[in-house]
Design a protein around this ligand. Sequence first.
Ligand code: C2E
Ligand code: CA
Ligand code: CA
Length: 284
Amino acid sequence: AKAAGGDRYEVYDANRHDAQALRSTLSSGLRSALQRGDFALRYQPIVRLTDGVPIGAEVLLRWTHPEHGPIAPEIFIDLAEELGLIGQLGRWVLTRGCREAAGWYRELGDQAPFISVNLSARQLHDVGLADEVLRTLDEVGLPAHQLQLELTESALLGPAQGPADALEVLAEHGVRVAVDDFGTGYSNLAYLRRLPVRELKIAGAFIEGLAPGHPGTPADRQIVASVIALAHGLNLTVTAEGVETQEQAQLLRSMGCDHAQGWWFARPGDPEVISRMARGRDQS
Ligand code: C2E
Ligand code: CA
Ligand code: CA
């Protein structure tokens, strides 16, 4: 047992070494990518389930390392947080995303899809957040109601007053606040009372189990139904994420879910796909 333990330790150690080497390569890569603005944004439509109209689009950040290829956003975003670079990276995403949405707005007016931007916990706790968001909207000419901010439960939780005040200011201006991956974080729902939340996004993990035959089916259906009931009871809208099949989409629609997002409707793609879809709605 001791030898096996020793072996494992070696493997662990080797992994750790690799992981650390990769980490430092990625860290320096991230710094220079930031200097060059070497990132890309993908846009994924958020559709209204009753008629399939794209009412919004989530912005998803992409980074391709020159040697290591595409890096999962969870990995480089965590790293950017640790390195203190998330403020700069987040500003880049916000400005680019809002500028794109301002273009949709100029063309389509209030029929234009809103833009939904992910904010990390660190960004929410940044003292200048509200000012920065309002200034960006002003600069690019996007009305506040065309911007949604997605925050996870863990980012929203906690006693700090600063983030709550910032969200209050933004909400008063009309910015929407959505809870991302609702149901995967904490069971404490008190923050829903305290914060100006408009929408709950149900994590794809719960949507997977909606298909009959999936082992998670009875529980997942119950969870999804409960989240929809909770949201509507609180006068919030619900978006189901990770919708991959027509079956899931139909089921969600029959359950009264408002909005959906996922590969069944469209993979994250170029912003032109969103504007084309949104323009198409006028002809139907
Ligand atoms: P998220 O906010 O939950 O984003 C949804 C993820 O689900 C995206 O992964 C998207 O590509 C993926 N997805 C969309 N439709 C489907 C589907 O039908 N099936 C499946 N299996 N997956 C689907 P992605 O782009 O890899 O992003 C991963 C996470 O990285 C995001 O999760 C978000 O937490 C974070 N992230 C991405 N961009 C940003 C950003 O600009 N800022 C911050 N702070 N976080 C970001
Ligand atoms: Ca999100
Ligand atoms: Ca999510």
